[in-house]
Design a protein around this ligand. Structure first.
Ligand SMILES: Cc1ncc(COP(=O)(O)O)c(C=O)c1O
Length: 440
């Protein structure tokens, strides 16, 4: 369906610009108004196919889980907020018990917040408390949030950090971005130079490993460009942590909740971290952040970390209902992420044969990135073309988000119908064909 850029849409955006402080807006005039599974409409009745899952939140059906809506309604009719962090409430405890069954047995403690960045803030502080160390190691390209602590770890674009530093207690090291190896090598003959580098340089010349509390890692780098590292990379980082008494924190805010075909992205790598952080999809549309720690790490002193809204009853009701749904549809959700992921990868790889503009296609489950380049030899990022493809697709009814310098992320809800998935891919291909100068 052709997008109709109505006066109503223009007016709302003009009003927004007047009163709202600028955020990240990707440049498409998308004003969603109502949705029910595959059917998403904006304020003017334009219909869309969604390849964004509303920024990785609607992994499972867009506003289409009646039992989630009913659970929220029932809860808010009883009590919306219980001041869980100061008083007590049963619902967050029950949810924590249920959520823990999705994690390896060694994980036994949970902290609730309202967002991904807060889940990471908690993990930064807990790591410092647990280890009595002060430094944190993170990766170039990482995105862990935009509040002052997590921003120190975020390193996907300088605009995020500009004027907010210095960030004294973080050391950044290269991620295994094999398509653009920072060491100019090729996998697998590289011998995991990126893992070696961590041992030889920062941990030898800059900071003693005895002072490093944690290493933060995204199992698949999200905002940084949808980068899937080799297994040996994550395993090598785990080894460095083990050898030096450093805690490994897996940020599953974007990769978690079945996005990669498993509940935890980390499970693909055969690695168990010490702390997990999650948010986005956990609340089925309501805000919730979760920090999950290994029982062996112990507890934290009362008052050392807390908040007002953590364990908010409405968010917990949504998260609990969503968890109940996924637990009773576990096999189907995992299979759908894997099989639809294959459909997308096959189609994108075929497109790559046809269009020079596509430099790389990579993904795990239904967490897929297409990187656009001006020239396959020089790999010069085709940022402008990437943005044009997003706009052209939007004008034909497909919502997508960028990632990294010139990547588009393909993250439809895992429950998207095969028909809509293929229609979306058709729209994307038509847009690539239009923007690509040398294609078939
Ligand atoms: C991996 C990762 N961590 C943390 C965050 C921050 O989450 P929030 O925007 O909920 O603070 C994001 C957001 O995109 C993310 O992708």
């Amino acid at each position: 369906m052709k997008f109709e850029h109505t006066k109503k849409i223009k007016d709302i955006i003009a009003r927004d610009k007047k009163v709202m402080l600028t955020t990240t807006r990707v440049g498409i005039p998308f004003i969603p108004s109502r949705a029910n599974g595959d059917h998403i409409y904006d304020v003017s009745g334009n219909e869309f196919i969604d390849f964004s899952s509303f920024i990785s939140v609607y992994n499972i059906r867009i506003n289409d889980n009646a039992h989630v809506r009913e659970a929220i309604t029932a809860q808010i009719n009883r009590l919306i907020h219980a001041s869980f962090t100061d008083f007590y409430a049963e619902e967050p405890v029950t949810f924590a018990e249920n959520l823990l069954t999705m994690f390896p047995k060694s994980f036994g403690k949970v902290f609730f917040s309202n967002s991904g960045t807060e889940a990471n803030e908690a993990a930064i502080k807990y790591s410092k408390l647990f280890t009595k160390r002060q430094y944190t190691l993170a990766f170039y390209g990482a995105f862990h949030g935009r509040t002052q602590g997590s921003l120190g770890l975020t390193s996907s674009m300088t605009i995020h950090r500009e004027k907010f530093g210095p960030f004294n207690s973080t050391i950044h090291v290269p991620y295994a971005y094999c398509y653009r190896c920072p060491f100019g090598k090729e996998y697998p003959s590289c011998g995991m130079a990126c893992v070696d580098y961590i041992k030889k340089y920062p941990l030898k010349k800059e900071v003693s490993p005895k002072e490093v509390a944690s290493i933060f890692i995204e199992p698949v780098q999200g905002e940084g460009g949808y980068i899937v590292p080799p297994k040996e990379f994550i395993q090598g980082v785990r080894e460095i942590a083990d050898d030096n008494g450093i805690l490994l924190v897996a940020d599953e805010v974007q990769s978690g909740y079945f996005r990669t075909g498993k509940f935890l992205g980390m499970s693909h790598f055969g690695v168990e971290p010490d702390i997990y952080t999650m948010a986005k999809a956990v609340g089925g549309g309501l805000p919730i952040g979760v920090t999950i720690t290994k029982s062996s790490l112990g507890d934290v002193p009362a008052g050392a970390h807390s908040n007002t809204f953590g364990g908010n009853l409405a968010s917990i009701a949504a998260a609990q209902a969503m968890l109940k749904y996924v637990k009773s549809n576990l096999r189907s959700i995992e299979e759908q992420a894997v099989s639809k992921g294959k459909t997308v990868m096959n189609r994108l790889n075929k497109m790559k044969d046809r269009y020079e503009l596509i430099g790389d296609v990579r993904g795990l489950g239904l967490m897929i990135g297409v990187e656009f380049v001006k020239d396959r030899k020089t790999k010069e990022p085709a940022r402008k073309e990437r943005d044009e493809i997003i706009t052209e697709s939007f004008n034909n009814g497909l919502v997508m988000l960028p990632a990294g310098e010139s990547t588009i992320r393909i993250i439809p809800p895992i429950t998207i119908s095969p028909k809509k998935l293929n229609e979306g891919l058709d729209i994307l291909e038509a847009a690539v064909a239009k923007i690509d100068k040398h294609g078939a």
